[in-house]
Design a protein around this ligand. Structure first.
Ligand code: PHE
Length: 340
């Protein structure tokens, strides 16, 4: 039969060697396990001893149990303390460690082009004026001389909230807002902004798009002032070699009215595949402000006159960057957007 104090010494040595809580638990089971633990086994055959020997062995075994338990608990605290110390070492947060790189975005190509146009026109003295995207029938149509039932209304097939309220179909209503707000000419404003029309998305038109409207009201303005302004803007944006031409057209709010084109940047106006052999690319509409529109804006047309234009920013960006499908601007495909 093993001697309790020898077993105790053995157990204490094993406890000292345990490196982890799991190893320690194995030692505990080996020595103090309820049935097959080695300390319990010391009591096997106790029945054959006389009462004195029995009492002595019981006492020695209890002593051994207590000593081993104490050693276990001391070692357990030791191991836990060193585990925590290791954790503090290995899991410490290094606040000086550089973070994962953040990808930097950039300004959307349409915003870039809009800002370029704004900068060019601001250098001529125009100021940016903004207007609401939800408009009344009066501002979007009536005040611009586009009376109900006029066939020209078909040019602006609009989204209505009610018979009175709609999403603006062009930026021209801001002409009226600007005149009513500023009251005293001279007025030189540009108004960039989103417009809406009931068109299915196609390569060359979208149900939502952006325009830049221009309006000048002053004394004795001529069509030459308008064309010179457009030429300056086009050449600043596309290069000095580009030319502007106008063709007679019709808008109820300008008289006379024109469409304006820019010479093709690829063939220089000779005609090529890119301009469908026309030599010119359509940009927008323009004209001298109709006297009735000045009156609707609270301005006396016998004292003042004006010119105005409007064109699509998407169209301008397509011409600038040789993009052949307007929908690309709004599809948020990074492979497309990252090019600009
Ligand atoms: N508002 C017109 C359009 O959307 C463009 C335009 C603006 C024409 C100003 C003439 C003068 O088609």
């Amino acid at each position: 039969m093993t001697d309790p104090s020898a077993l105790t010494a053995e157990a204490i040595a094993a406890i000292g060697k345990a490196r982890t809580a799991t190893e320690l638990e194995r030692v505990e089971v080996e020595y103090l396990g309820r049935k097959s633990g080695r300390v319990s086994k010391l009591l096997e055959g106790i029945g054959a001893l006389n009462p004195e020997e029995r009492a002595a062995l019981g006492k020695a075994v209890n002593e051994a149990k207590r000593t081993i338990e104490e050693a276990l608990s001391a070692r357990r605290s030791q191991l836990e303390a060193s585990r925590l110390a290791d954790l503090a070492e290995t899991e410490a947060i290094d606040v000086t460690f550089p973070g994962p790189p953040l990808e930097r975005g950039h300004i959307h190509v349409l915003t870039q082009v809009r800002r370029q146009i704004e900068t060019i026109l601001e250098s001529l003295g125009y100021q940016v004026e903004l207007g609401p995207e939800v408009e009344t029938e009066w501002f979007n149509f009536e005040a611009l001389n586009i009376t109900a039932g006029h066939p020209a209304r078909e040019m602006w097939d609009s989204f209505y909230f009610s018979p009175e309220l709609l999403l603006r179909a062009h930026t021209s209503p801001v002409q009226i807002h600007a005149m009513l707000r500023i009251k005293e000419p001279p007025i030189y404003i540009i108004t960039p902004g989103r417009c809406y029309r009931r068109d299915a998305p196609e390569a060359t038109r979208l149900p939502y798009f952006s325009q830049v409207e221009g309006l000048a009201v002053d004394r004795g303005l001529t069509f030459g002032d308008l064309k010179g302004t457009l030429l300056y803007m086009i050449q600043s944006l596309y290069g000095r070699e580009r030319r502007v031409r106008v063709r007679p057209s019709f808008f109820p709010f300008t008289e006379p009215s024109f469409e304006f084109d820019v010479s093709c940047g690829i063939c220089g106006g000779m005609g090529c595949k890119s301009c469908r052999h026309k030599g010119w690319l359509e940009v927008g509409g323009c004209g001298m402000v109709h006297p009735q529109v000045l009156r609707n804006g609270g301005i006396d047309p016998t004292q003042w006159n004006g010119y105005a234009w409007g064109f699509g920013i998407e169209r301008m960006a397509m011409l600038k960057h040789d993009v052949d499908d307007m929908r690309l601007f709004y599809e948020s495909d990074l492979r497309f957007l990252e090019q600009f």
